[in-house]
Design a protein around this ligand. Sequence first.
Ligand SMILES: [Zn+2]
Length: 371
Amino acid sequence: MKIDDGFPGGRIETVRLPGRGPIELAIGEDSAADVRQWFCFRARSTRPREIVLVNAGDATFPAAWEGYGVMACADGRSWYRAPTEYDDGALRFLHEPRGEETLYAYFAAYPLRRLERLLRRVSREDHVDVSIVADSPEGRPVPVVTLGDPDAERSAWIIARQHPGETPASWAVEGLLRRLADASDPATRALLSRACVRVAALVNPDGAELGNHRTSATGVNLNRVWDDPDEDAPEVGALLELIRETGADVFFDIHADEAAPHAFAATSEGNPSYDGGIEAAEAALTSDLAQSCAEFLDEPFYERDEPGQGDLSCAANQIGETFGCPSITLELPMKDAGSERVRPGWSPRRAVRFGEALVPVLARALDADEG
Ligand SMILES: [Zn+2]
């Protein structure tokens, strides 16, 4: 069997490649930080083989592996879950060749090429503009898509992929952008008739290309520097400046959680200026998300922050505190086991649909805000 991670976003370590018996691989560390979770590699073998990630138990979030299936793609398009078992600190799955070569990943990879194609396509629409807000430390562009009239009365911001391994966020952004680019869609028309929507689709391009899970090329967890981004986090510094210029009436930061079997929101109840108005707006938003998105449960998965104890170094807390607007971190699942109330089989396709469903939710949030 041949194992290869020499491509953008690839990351795996080879431990042992015996002629027979299980192939032993290890999850690698982020390029400049002590984080271990993301893996992505190509395997070539015409025979079925067992593959073992021998150090899965030492991952940063080992709860990820309960009820989890490794994602695989053999045709460059459709992803499926390989039969997977987590036992005694090792993640074992079966390589069953469906083509010459199979791509394996923690969750369906979202290549930069695919994002570039998407941005080219949406930028052809009259009401869409794509600009570059910053260059990353390794010189990659951080794009922002502006949809609708930049001088509109209301402003919505959505950012995604601060944490590069959380690829479900990119699939959701694809659904969101495709729908927002379609000026004939009634929900899009309703939203853009009064609001400008700005989408930072890939906040951490270096981390994504390096195959990191949680950090940038400089080893920074970008979602912990929004109170004071320095020269090691130019991605956040430039975005924060632009958001301060445009203002925000609603803010979503899209992530994915390793342990959760469903999507959920972290709200901004810990912010010093949090009040009844914001609480009601965020409650209406999360209730609407639960009704609009099959994967979303309107209940906290993380412990709620105590009053005044919110972490203002996180994007959603910082923007909510600055603008007094509903501001939430949206967490999508990575695993596919589902739960009592969410059906199993979470996939890139369902993440795309989740993103599409955000359009009417945003429209209603800004409507309520105005009324
Ligand atoms: Zn995250």
